[in-house]
Design a protein around this ligand. Sequence first.
Ligand code: ZN
Length: 163
Amino acid sequence: MILERENSGSILFHLGRCHTYGYDCFLCQAAVCDESSFRDRLILRRSQRILTVLNRFPYNNGHLLVTPRRHIARLDRLTAEEGAELLAEITRMTALLEKHLNANGFNVGLNLGRCAGAGLPGHLHWHIVPRWNGDTNFITTIGSTKAIPQSMEALVDLLGGKE
Ligand SMILES: [Zn+2]
């Protein structure tokens, strides 16, 4: 499978590994992996253009990442189709999180560039962080620790593949 790579024309992905620059991108791996590893990789949905995964290091229960399958770092590299599908997926996932986790609100955000806090600056990804009334408690405030009440595997089963 050939996926376009910013500033380098194209890059060959083989067995789910991205070999450019010796840099392994977990989103690129998720973009090409076999469907049998969706649960291990916490992949909720993958279409021709986009991908939705649970964040392995969540700020809150149900914290998701919505991303184009292509390894691109800039908004102006998105096609119109990717942009439309990403917004549709963000809309769809917030509705699912409201329905299945009873979220009261969301932080939806994009960190562009390492200086803006992007943990993976080469591959665009939107964070969806569900919020509940009163979800910042004393443990979060004083201990910089978050209690996550649900396992990742249970969330994949709950949210993956649903309409
Ligand atoms: Zn990537």
